[in-house]
Design a protein around this ligand. Structure first.
Ligand SMILES: [Zn+2]
Length: 148
């Protein structure tokens, strides 16, 4: 089993990849593709991926660099579009939310008015009850009850 290279030196053409266990950036001779190596950082076994990020850090040609920058720029533009769509959606959600908030406030005001009317009704009921009680008190229990 080949040993990982000593030190951080990355040679042109080396395969550069991250350890799937600890994320440590590893560089290995391309002849190591498919081999299991021990990660120098966490010591766990890692399979060297085929051509992943080949020599990215050290050996990219200016053309490759330009291509990387172009695809990065495209990715950024796509992300920007996505963000704009999300912002637009957020705006809709905010509008909807403030509409619902307004509805809620209106309903609260309505409930409050209804509550006040209920108090009025309750007071009227109380008055009616006391009038009825007065009436029955005036009649009193002395009112002769029809006897058989
Ligand atoms: Zn590791």
């Amino acid at each position: 089993m080949p040993e990982p290279q000593d030190g951080p030196v990355i040679h042109s053409g080396d395969i550069v990849f991250d350890c799937p266990h600890c994320g440590k950036s590893l560089a290995i001779d391309p002849r190591g593709v498919g081999l299991m190596i021990a990660c120098p950082d966490c010591g766990r076994e890692v399979q060297v991926p085929a051509g992943a990020g080949r020599g990215e850090a050290a050996s990219a040609t200016p053309e490759e660099r330009a291509e990387q920058v172009r695809s990065l720029a495209e990715a950024v533009a796509r992300a920007q579009e996505k963000i704009e769509r999300l912002v637009a959606n957020l705006e809709e959600v905010r509008e909807r939310r403030s509409y619902l908030e307004k509805l809620r406030t209106e309903n609260l005001a309505r409930f409050e008015r209804i509550g006040q009317e209920m108090v009025t009704i309750q007071n009227a009921m109380d008055r009616i009850v006391s009038i009825l009680q007065e009436a029955s008190t005036e009649k009193g229990p002395d009112v002769p009850v029809g006897s058989l």
